[in-house]
Design a protein around this ligand. Structure first.
Ligand code: PDD
Length: 279
């Protein structure tokens, strides 16, 4: 049984008991992060903690710990779960209080953290469908209220795919649990950061690696037509890494094979991971 951290202490995951009055449980009132761990170290931890701070600020949730305590807790959780490659999920909810929509005055936030064994593994070629993005307009907040995302993901699964790529009208936003890149004629594009998408850490790493390698990439609005006509589509996340999409709505993307630009950028990320192991 993996070791979790809940409400101030470490314990086996199956011993964690949540109050039904926790606002996370009743209202989805909380925010979260997912951090991949490579070579026993949380990857891009500061960026994840920065984003958590932004999410907490956005929902007026007081930080339960100073930054240094987060670092210690993450390191301890990784250690207690055997180091190596794993994935850490952690969330902060607004705490336990009588059910009332307005924020409670003095409920301490509740922190839950757990580890999943293994890292992302090798990204697999993915099938995706497109769906209308009917979520709210604060998708930049990494909220635990993910019902809309779950409905989109489930529609993808029902269609025999693994991701739903979302569009607001004619404009690409992101996947139900990923960011999206398109490649056309060697030019890589991804939608710009806005309140309509989550500012993915893997998205940022992907852009950074391409900039270092001199691969042209732009953050700019991408239309439905560009998505449908792309030579390559990738989805990125902390658990998927950079995954190639090989069919979209049942039609082949780039001859149904991961493309050459994906191969290069994927290899850059694997190189970065290897260098972390060697460090
Ligand atoms: N989700 N967009 C959405 C809606 C996401 O849920 C995620 C990640 C991303 C990619 O963000 P990052 O590269 O920082 O992981 C983009 C996580 C993995 C999840 O909910 O499990």
């Amino acid at each position: 049984m993996s070791i979790a951290f809940f409400d101030g202490r470490f314990m086996p995951l199956d011993e964690v008991r949540v109050s039904p009055l926790d606002r996370g449980y009743l209202f989805g009132d909380g925010v979260y992060e997912v951090v991949p761990v490579y070579a026993g170290r949380p990857f891009r931890m500061e960026e994840h903690l920065d984003r958590l701070d932004r999410s907490m600020d956005a929902i007026e949730l007081a930080a339960p710990f100073p930054r240094e305590r987060w670092r210690e807790l993450l390191a301890e959780l990784v250690k207690r779960n055997g180091g190596g490659e794993q994935s850490i999920y952690f969330q902060v909810t607004r705490g336990v209080a009588p059910r009332s929509h307005a924020f409670p005055v003095d409920a301490p936030p509740v922190v839950f953290m757990m580890s999943r064994a293994g890292g992302g593994g090798t990204p697999k070629p993915a099938a995706a469908i497109t769906r209308e993005d009917n979520r709210w307009d604060r998708c930049d907040i990494k909220s635990i209220a993910l019902l809309a995302n779950c409905l989109h993901k489930q529609a993808a699964v029902k269609a025999g795919a693994s991701e739903a790529i979302l569009l607001r009208g004619d404009v690409l936003t992101e996947g139900s649990s990923s960011n999206v890149f398109v490649v056309k004629g060697g030019q890589v594009s991804t939608p710009p950061k806005s309140s309509r998408i989550l500012a993915g850490i893997t998205r940022a790493v992907t852009l950074e690696l391409m900039a270092q390698a001199g691969i042209p990439a732009r953050e700019r609005p991408v239309s439905r037509g560009e998505l449908a006509g792309a030579d390559e589509i990738w989805i990125t996340s902390s658990t998927l890494e950079i995954s190639p999409v090989v069919t979209l709505d049942g039609a082949a993307v780039g001859g149904c094979e991961p493309g050459p630009v994906w191969r290069t950028v994927h290899e850059l990320l694997q190189g970065l991971k290897r260098s972390l192991k060697a460090a």
